[in-house]
Design a protein around this ligand. Structure first.
Ligand code: DGT
Length: 141
């Protein structure tokens, strides 16, 4: 998900570095979510002191919700996104290149296949459009 700061700063296309080329976007939409939706998305963090600030941030403007597809997509995606705190994100990662503060870290990525499945069900209850990428056979053996 490109968070509201990423959308407002016009980083939607910049946050697709070349290292993401072998992965493909399966679903994508611009969406504004309300407080209860954001609280559900971040429910595992509800006891944290920064929770209400995090929810305020996520509902502060539209986000771009996406489903990415590809081999090891969760691990690769997280590597490309960078560490949660941009101060610890390597240059060349999305957060390392575009973010400064942990509370404005531009992008979210599922941290496991299981949470990815849950988040897809939450963000895309309508289900995916059925399609397949024609470059797939040129990337995967
Ligand atoms: P993501 O992808 O947004 O879920 O971030 P993760 O998975 O890299 O990190 P996670 O799930 O532990 O935390 C979710 C968001 O909560 C994170 O992107 C920024 C915010 N956050 C995490 N730790 C802190 C903190 O110590 N202070 C503040 N202000 N925000 C934090």
């Amino acid at each position: 998900m490109i968070k509201p700061d990423g959308v407002q700063r016009g980083l939607v296309s910049d946050s697709r570095p070349q290292s993401l080329e072998p992965l493909s976007i399966f679903c994508l939409k611009l969406i504004s979510v309300d407080r209860s939706f954001a609280e559900r998305h971040y429910s595992d963090l509800s006891a944290k002191p920064f929770f209400s600030g995090l929810v305020d941030y996520i509902i502060s403007g539209p986000v771009v919700a996406m489903v990415w597809e590809g081999k090891n997509v969760v691990t690769t995606g997280r590597k490309i996104i960078g560490a949660t705190n941009p101060a610890e994100s390597a240059p060349g990662t999305i957060r390392g290149d575009f973010a400064i503060d942990i509370g404005r870290n531009v992008i979210h990525g599922s941290d496991s296949v299981e949470s990815g499945r849950k988040e897809i069900a939450l963000w895309f209850p309508e289900g995916p459009v059925a399609w397949s990428s024609s470059v797939h056979p040129w990337i995967y053996e």
